[in-house]
Structures are given as structure tokens and as C-alpha cells.
Design a protein around this ligand. Structure first.
Ligand code: PEP
Length: 252
């Protein structure tokens, strides 16, 4: 059975004090109001992971990094390895966010290493994919996303594939306030699920949690989450306000 997941991506926002306060607020709101059967994940900056993990009840809230090193350890100044991330109490790693692909030139080759290291360490990759506006306007978004998957996570064994979460995030909808319509999001997620069924099998496809991300907010989350193939959201801006994030979680 696939899980419903609402994951926040704080990006390069919040000081340590602010991040811990936000995590505590989310944790207590979830404790008060419940999250039904939604897995709640907080994607905090590296510097905050240990403190955020210590500030929340990890039975209620999972903690994620937003990236990881492409090497296990060694002379890679400034990098943060998956085992370091794991040692903080975090359980998830966001991999291949479009901002990392674009600004830090993360290729499929790099993403494959990151996914493999994350899985080897027993953490859950939240693998991001999605097309730019020009590709959507050219009507080639399905082929584009298919290639992204074929070059990366479709190289995994069925067993490993079954451990990851996918987040489809059209780049034109990220941080722009321009959300994909629920039909556009549903169509792409159904397409991805069909690709998984063809590559692996129906059971693996049915069990894979696929999230939508891109200007998801308290006002559109209900409509998005009501779609049959949308298993939750990866939430940027709205995850920085505990009440908004909770409203999205409770949109289920
Ligand atoms: C994101 O960056 O993952 C994201 C979905 O951002 P936003 O919700 O702000 O569009």
C-alpha cells in the first residue's frame, strides 16, 4: 500500500533558531490536530537536521535533508554524506530537485550515485523530476520526464525502486504561484505510474508514492490531493508557515 506523504522543503531559509521553532510548531500542531494517515516530512537545511530531529517526535514527524554528497566519504570539502545525514536522525533525502539540477549542474550520473548511497544507508530518497516551461509549451513533457526516469531511478532493482518516493515538480510551477491544474498533475502522475508498471510491474507501480510539487497551498491542496494518482505533496514556500503546512496536511 502506498503512503500519503506531505514533505516540506525549506530550501535555504530559516536560521537554526527559526528552523527549530518552526519544527516544534509543526510537531505540536500535528500532535493537537492529527495528520490522519499522512507521513509528515520536514526538509531542513543540513545545519538544522540534528536540532530539528531532536526537537520533534520522530514517531510523528520525519526529517529530510535537501541534498547529499555523491560520495560516501573522503576528501570532498564542504560536502555532507548520507551517513552524516543519517547520524542526525534524518530518514529522508531530497534528490534531484530542479534547483540543484539547474544551479548546481546535477546530472543523471550524479543523481544515480546519490540515490544509490541513500538507499545503501537505509534512507528514503525523495527523487524529484519535472519539466521546464518551454518543454511543457512544446508538449513534450511526457517524453522529458520519461527520459529523466530512464536515466536514473529506472536503473534500480525492483527491490530498491520499491523504497523510494517520487516527486513530480513542473519547474514552471515552483515558487511561481502558478500551480499545475489538478488535471495536469494527475495526468503526469498517472503517466509516471504507468511507466513504472511497464518497467517493473503493476504492484510496484501501485505501491509507489508519487507526490506533486509546485505552488501547492492551503487553497489548492484539497483539489490536488483528491486526484487518484496524487499521493501528497512536496511543499516549498507554504512549508515555512506551520499553519499553512498543517492546512495542506489536513487537506486529505
Ligand atoms: C519546491 O521547491 O519543491 C516547491 C514545490 O516549491 P513551492 O511550493 O514554493 O512552489
Amino acid at each position: 500500500m502506498r503512503k500519503k506523504i506531505v514533505a516540506g522543503n525549506w530550501k535555504c531559509n530559516t536560521t537554526l533558531t527559526e528552523g527549530v521553532a518552526l519544527a516544534k510548531q509543526v510537531d505540536s500542531l500535528v500532535a493537537e490536530r492529527g495528520a490522519k494517515d499522512v507521513v509528515v516530512v520536514l526538509g531542513a537545511p543540513f545545519t538544522h537536521l540534528a536540532s530539528v530531529a531532536a526537537a520533534v517526535d520522530l514517531n510523528r514527524i520525519a526529517v529530510s535533508s535537501q541534498n547529499c554528497a555523491a560520495e560516501a566519504k573522503g576528501a570532498f570539502t564542504g560536502e555532507v554524506s548520507v551517513s552524516m545525514i543519517q547520524s542526525t536522525g534524518a530518514s529522508h533525502v531530497i534528490i534531484g530537485h530542479s534547483e540543484r539540477r539547474e544551479y548546481y549542474h546535477e546530472t543523471s550520473e550524479i543523481l544515480n550515485k546519490k540515490v544509490a548511497l541513500t538507499l545503501a544507508q537505509g534512507l528514503t530518497p525523495i527523487y524529484c523530476c519535472g519539466e521546464a516551461l518551454a518543454i511543457r509549451e512544446a508538449g513534450t513533457e511526457n517524453e522529458f520526464v520519461k527520459t529523466q526516469l530512464e536515466e536514473t531511478i529506472f536503473n534500480l532493482s525492483p527491490e530498491d525502486f520499491g523504497k523510494l518516493v517520487i516527486a513530480y515538480e513542473p519547474i514552471w510551477a515552483i515558487g511561481t504561484g502558478r500551480t499545475a491544474s489538478s488535471q495536469q498533475a494527475q495526468d503526469m502522475l498517472a503517466f509516471i505510474r504507468q511507466l513504472i508498471a511497464t518497467k517493473y510491474n503493476q504492484t510496484i507501480a501501485a505501491d509507489c508514492s508519487i507526490l506533486y510539487g509546485g505552488s501547492c497551498s492551503p487553497s489548492n491542496a484539497k483539489e490536488l490531493f483528491s486526484q487518484p494518482d496524487i499521493d501528497g505533496g512536496l511543499i516549498g514556500g507554504a512549508s515555512l508557515k506551520a499553519e499553512d503546512f498543517l492546512a495542506i496536511i489536513n487537506a486529505y
